[in-house]
Write a protein that binds this ligand. Structure first.
Ligand code: ARG
Length: 477
């Protein structure tokens, strides 16, 4: 087949290749084409170029500050690196697979621009601590982006909660009508979830913010480097404390992935609700046309594609997390090339999460609840049955279990009559429990039911408004 023919041709052609520039001394032959194919990572790790260049510039200025290289040499290196950064940004940089990865592509180009001095950049450093640094900085940037997107999303949910203050809707357990709640309360439940996601990212960032540069290959270095300086210049809180751990630790990426997976799971759960709510059977909400698509055959269809895709995309992030964990679990200290496979999972997860957060934000901003349908649905399914039982406990002094049984019997009567609890005649209820009086009707109304649930965190609009105010203050900080 074509792919293997292609690989074979490359194989034949590279037999005579020069050995690699960076370690040619020990090698007589160049790599097999298949080796190049499996070994090269530049196609994807070029995404680390900014972090790689910034890290190298700080490393070079530290080497100069410590008298390990000349100040002039460091300046030459830094200027050359800035030029390379520009070339990459302008799409004028030629990446070469034979140079394996972003690190060696940048260094090789640097030697083209400034000559032999470029060779001094890698003093007291290894690609092992270099890649650990680049990747950590990249993940840190993604955490900051996710934080921004999450805050925006929280504001959008808060806005939904405020906009439809007091709007009633059925609350579900087992996907069966349970008790009446409010739309705002439901929106605020997601605010809580996204708030925890924010905390998880913040927490992960705090823990990962240690600089691995200086771990060198694995054992540290005999050069008099200043790790506090590089750490500080690169925005870290401190240098990592164990050089073996510095080069082999990928917890920071795993914590990013696990926080992302949990966050994506939250997005997926709301997506699922939107898919159900927007069906014609429910008709609870209207999803904007901007976030829906039509059917090529059924003209009446408006499909909630964005919600379905966000729901599906969470599985990609789960996949990345599991792949990453599996890749790491068998690795002895310190660096193994397996770890080159760490990046694509994280790149894909970050892209996926950021897109999902933004799409969810757009969709929820434009989401409109169908008030009448929601209110009508709230009064169905005997959603005030618990209120009836609670009334019996408070007014007739029966234990809750007994009240539960009495209520069950009253529900059965309503069910056979095909009416709601509030439509039952007092006499019919008294036949089950003769202590019931007219006062019962106050708790059978949905509005009263909702208002009465004013325990901390409960669904009463008064309580929910407090939560909204608290979150608005928190998020504006
Ligand atoms: N491209 C490599 C990676 O992503 C860089 C580190 C290579 N280190 C080594 N000892 N071969 O992991």
């Amino acid at each position: 087949n074509l792919i293997s023919l292609n690989l074979y041709m490359k194989h034949v052609m590279t037999e005579k290749n020069k050995s690699n520039k960076m370690w040619g001394g020990r090698f007589n032959a160049g790599p097999d084409a298949l080796m190049e194919e499996i070994n090269a990572s530049v196609d994807f790790d070029k995404r680390l170029y900014k972090q790689d260049i910034e890290g190298s510039q700080v490393h070079a200025s530290m080497l100069a500050k410590q008298g390990i290289i000349d100040k002039k040499e460091a300046d030459l290196i830094c200027d050359g690196l800035s030029k390379i950064s520009l070339e990459i940004e302008m799409d004028e940089f030629t990446f070469s697979k034979s140079l394996e990865d972003i690190h060696m592509n940048v260094e090789a180009r640097l030697s083209e621009i400034i000559g032999d001095v470029a060779g001094k950049l890698h003093t007291a450093r290894s690609r092992n601590d270099q890649v650990a640094l680049d990747f950590r900085m990249w993940v840190r940037d993604q955490i900051d982006l996710c934080t921004i997107e999450l805050r925006k999303l929280i504001e959008i949910f808060l806005n939904q909660a405020e906009l439809y203050d007091g709007l009633l809707m059925p609350g579900f357990t087992h996907m069966q009508t349970a008790q009446p709640v409010t739309w705002s309360h439901h929106m605020m439940a997601y605010v809580e979830m996204f708030g925890r996601d924010l905390d998880r990212f913040k927490d992960a960032r705090l823990r990962m913010n240690e600089c691995p540069l200086g771990g060198a290959a694995l054992a540290g270095t005999s050069f008099p480097i200043d790790r506090d300086y590089t750490s500080k210049k690169l925005g870290f809180d401190r240098p990592t404390a164990n050089s073996l751990d510095s080069t082999s630790d990928r917890d920071f990426a795993l914590e990013f992935l696990s926080s992302s997976a949990i966050c994506a799971m939250h997005l997926s759960r709301f997506s699922e609700e939107l898919v159900i709510w927007s069906s014609s059977q429910f008709n609870f909400v209207n999803i904007s046309e901007k976030f829906s698509s039509g059917s090529s055959i059924m003209p009446q269809k408006k499909n909630p594609d964005a919600a379905e895709l966000i729901r599906a995309k969470s599985s990609r992030i789960n996949g990345s997390l599991v792949a990453f964990l599996t890749m790491m679990k068998g690795l002895p200290l310190t660096y193994s090339k397996d770890m080159q496979e760490d990046k694509e999972q994280v790149f894909d997860a970050a892209d996926t999460l950021l897109l999902s957060l933004a799409a969810m934000g757009g969709m929820v901003r434009e989401l409109t609840p169908n008030k009448d349908v929601l209110e009508k649905a709230t009064s169905k399914g005997f959603s005030t049955a618990t209120d009836l039982a609670d009334w019996l406990v408070k007014n007739v002094n029966v234990p809750f279990r007994k009240a539960h049984k009495i209520t069950g019997e009253i529900v059965k009567i309503a069910e056979t009559q095909g009416c709601e609890l509030k439509d039952l005649k007092l006499k019919e209820m008294q036949r089950v429990c003769n202590e019931i009086n007219n006062d019962i009707y106050t708790v059978l109304s949905i509005k009263n039911s909702v208002n009465s649930r004013d325990s901390y965190g409960g669904t009463s609009p008064k309580e929910v408004r407090k939560q909204i105010a608290m979150w608005k203050k928190k998020i504006s900080k």
